[in-house]
Design a protein around this ligand. Sequence first.
Ligand code: SAM
Length: 279
Amino acid sequence: MKNYEVKQVIKSRYSQCAAVGGVTTTCCCAGEPTASSGFAADHGLYSKEELSLVPEVSRSLSRGCGNPTGFAELQPGEVVVDFGCGAGMDVILAAHRVSPRGNVVGVDFSPQMIDRAKQAVLEARLKDVTEFVIADLEQVDIPDDFADVVTSNCVINLCPNKQAVYREIFRVLKPGGRLAISDVVYEEKINPDVQEHFQETWPGCVGGSLEEDAYFDIVTKAGFTDLHVIARHRLPPKELEEMACCPGPEFTPAPDTADLNAVQGKVASIKFTAIKPAQ
Ligand SMILES: C[S@@+](CC[C@H](N)C(=O)[O-])C[C@H]1O[C@@H](n2cnc3c(N)ncnc32)[C@H](O)[C@@H]1O
């Protein structure tokens, strides 16, 4: 598939998921779909206190692999941009930390996801400190040197042109600004044939993943320094299956068991920070 075709499929799958509200099933290929209180809650990515701040519509549609606002050290008054905000889970948590003087902008190319996020900030009474932009992350309509912090949660693995996305993050950050990212990577070299099979189900959060060294090479080539891995979590079998068919098995078919077995123990979610050097 060409890059624009990959992005079309991803946009369509996540938009369908947003349209049905994400409340009917877990993001899980394993077994029968079951009622879910939301991916983030089910996987313990957020504390009870954090979850209590977030409306149901965002919780049930959350498809993250970490909790970037939990380690971004956000300060009151800061400006934050969330790349691939989905239904607004991290936008809402960031808004709580930076309000009332700060501002949070959520960017996503799925209009249906953005509609859900707008609904959520209204419910959370955070409309005054949040904005949304519908855009491809390779080219977002946000000025240069705009943000103190860019967050992103389980999104850039999906992007076929990761170089362009990291260049864009670098552009919108102020000099001295920082990023706080959760994403999925391969911890070891993967058989190219197996990787190709996963790429056929690219909208799942494994298909577009890179080996960690290649991923960090892209981050540093974009100009970032002080790259620091805060935590890593090797995906156990069930989580790997779930990740591989994100946003849910009714949208992205499960990969073959043989392919899943071939990458077992080699896929991790990582959390990291880095800095755009001050001029
Ligand atoms: C796995 S979901 C994560 C959503 C959110 N960060 C969360 O934690 O719930 C990925 C999101 O990234 C968006 N996305 C993927 N590729 C994108 C791109 N190239 N440009 C803009 N949004 C993109 C999808 O529409 C989807 O909402």
